[in-house]
Design a binder for this molecule. Structure first.
Ligand code: HEM
Length: 120
């Protein structure tokens, strides 16, 4: 049987770009999460996150950003703020028209990175 990649299920490059744009907008409207991004290069964040989502979904990309441990070091991200950020990503995917079943597949691939980001 032919297996469709998660990248294709998501809707490819266009949908991933929409997810990341929506996610950035969600962050901008969230008073609790926005301060983490003060002084961040948002163009780079957009670029690297698109690349990472494409890569973990088995799309035609290789992630070239820093490791999740390196990137989030010194932020002391709490479980609460982590969960809140995941909610913002879910909103971003819903707004991009990604079905919940497909959202869950992407979240499951990101879940192993969680331990690298919390309380560092
Ligand atoms: C779903 C979990 C998450 C994923 C997959 C993720 C992924 C990423 C990626 C790919 C980058 C860019 C890396 C680079 O520039 O090389 C990044 C940067 C960043 N992330 Fe996350 N992240 C997640 C959760 C969080 C959370 C919970 C916070 C804070 C509450 C956060 C705050 C940041 C900030 C502030 C930057 C920019 C760092 C800088 O300015 O250099 N992230 N993240």
């Amino acid at each position: 049987t032919t297996q469709q990649s998660l990248y294709d299920e998501l809707g490819g490059k266009q949908t991933i770009a929409a997810i990341v744009d929506n996610f950035i907008t969600e962050i901008q409207y969230d008073a609790e999460i926005l301060p983490y991004f003060e002084g961040s290069d948002i163009a780079r964040f957009r670029d690297k996150l698109e690349e990472q989502l494409c890569d973990v979904a088995d799309g035609p990309c290789d992630y070239t950003g820093d490791t999740m441990a390196q990137v989030h070091a010194g932020m002391a991200i709490t479980e609460h703020d982590f969960n809140l950020t995941v909610d913002l990503l879910i909103n971003a995917m819903t707004q991009a028209g990604v079905p919940h079943r497909v959202q869950n597949k992407l979240l499951a691939r990101l879940a192993p990175m969680r331990k690298d980001m919390l309380y560092k």
